[in-house]
Design a protein around this ligand. Structure first.
Ligand code: TYM
Length: 385
């Protein structure tokens, strides 16, 4: 791959992503100032990730907001592939999803893909089980409303969804699956069927589905938007985030399969400190003199980018850091200390909540209001034309 090129698929991200051109390539829309303000106004609050353009693109968010204002509402859907422990990149989209649930008081469905990852990775059933249980506890720690949230593992809930999946699968052919996802001769045939399964939750309610996720998942939603009308359903809406860049720099994304790139949700304060000090990519000058003279390049500096997009709410403090660091007054060591402190504050609160999630997990999977309703449902679809 020549320099400056990048590739984004639901399975991998390579190169330094140019997010503006990705919007053109995928055919999505940027969240402009007008939509941002409308979103915040209806929510009655601002959201950091949207405000700082970490969440930056969408399909049909304006339609979902119209329908919300008209009283019809919408529902949320997102998911996780249990192929490893979760890192902060994974959990941010869940925190964003919780924010929407809180502000709009809507149902959320969370798909745990213990089938997809078995097909797509070299992984045993025992590993999948271990990670699924752990990932579900991480997600429960985010603090969703247990009566309005349904977390399900595909292999367990499949009986309730299978009729609908059969109908969706009939509408997707091999050429679509190959051209959208790049499946090849060596790809497991399970993956050919997979887009039907990732799309079924968008049909769980009559209302419009809204999916908060990183933009890598968008190819699935393109297929859904092509076929939804055939079943008399609304096209799903999606709100796309960028990727949290790898700790090691702006190429690729944070990924649990590349440990150097990631801060894991169960990292201890000491591990965070060591990783940030050793691995966090610096936009600062190579030598002290050079740094003092030229300052830091904020656009590639992991510490600055993470603080800006995810962690530091205080605009004034962020501006102070930007000014001092880009002018060379602040050193890389100093901004790393700030990042370590903020990361550890975030992780400590998350880990503490994770200690006490057993009851919530039970409710979100089986016993809460929405979960009980879902276990009684058979999800089927009827062809309208
Ligand atoms: P998975 O497990 O690869 O990723 C789970 C969620 O985390 C997002 N993500 C990231 N976001 C920001 N920065 C990163 N570095 C980063 N890495 C991953 C992903 O976009 C995703 O939102 N097939 C899916 C599971 C799934 C799903 C869904 C995801 C099933 N239904 C509906 C989103 C919405 C998967 O393997 O995700």
């Amino acid at each position: 791959m020549p320099e400056q090129e990048f590739d984004v698929t639901p399975f991998d991200v390579e190169g330094a992503v140019n997010y503006d051109s990705l919007v053109d390539k995928f055919g999505t829309e940027e969240i402009d100032e007008e939509l941002k303000n409308r979103f915040f106004e209806i929510a009655g609050d601002e959201n950091l990730y949207v405000k700082r353009d970490f969440v930056y693109s969408h399909r049909g968010l304006d339609n979902a907001l119209d329908e919300y204002e008209e009283g019809e509402g919408f529902f949320l859907y997102t998911g996780i592939g249990p192929s490893g422990k979760m890192h902060i990149g994974h959990i941010i989209s869940f925190y964003f999803t919780r924010w929407i649930q809180e502000k709009f008081d809507v149902n959320i469905y969370i798909q745990v893909t213990d089938d997809e990852k078995y097909w797509d990775r070299d992984i045993t059933d025992e590993e999948i089980d271990k990670y699924a249980e752990d990932n579900i506890r991480e997600i429960a720690a985010v603090g969703f409303d247990p009566d309005k949230t349904f977390i399900f593992r595909n292999r367990e809930y499949m009986g309730n969804m299978y009729d609908g999946i059969v109908k969706i699968a009939e509408k997707i052919n091999n050429s679509q699956a190959q051209s959208v996802f790049g499946f090849e001769g060596s790809t497991s045939i399970g993956m050919n069927f997979w887009p039907a399964i990732q799309n079924i939750p968008t049909f769980f309610e009559e209302k419009r589905c809204v999916i908060p996720a990183a933009i890598d998942q968008d190819p699935y939603w393109r297929i859904q938007r092509d076929i939804a009308g055939k079943f008399g359903h609304k096209k799903t809406a999606a709100i796309h985030s960028k990727f949290i860049p790898a700790l090691t720099g702006p190429e690729g994304k944070m990924s649990s399969s590349k440990p150097k790139t990631a801060i894991m949700l169960d990292d201890s304060p000491e591990q965070v400190e060591e990783k940030v000090k050793k691995q966090a990519f610096s936009g600062g000058g190579d030598t002290l003199e050079e740094h003092k003279e030229e300052g830091a390049d904020l656009s590639v500096d992991t510490s600055f980018q993470w603080l800006r997009s995810l962690l530091l709410e205080d605009d004034e403090e962020l501006n102070r850091i930007a000014e001092q660091y880009s002018s060379g007054e602040m050193m890389t060591g100093e901004i790393k200390e700030i990042l370590i402190e903020e990361l550890n504050r975030f992780l400590e609160a998350h880990q503490e909540r994770k200690e006490n999630v057993d009851q919530k997990v039970e409710k979100m999977m089986y016993e809460g209001y929405l979960a009980r309703e879902m276990w009684e449902k058979n999800i089927d679809l009827e062809l309208k034309r």
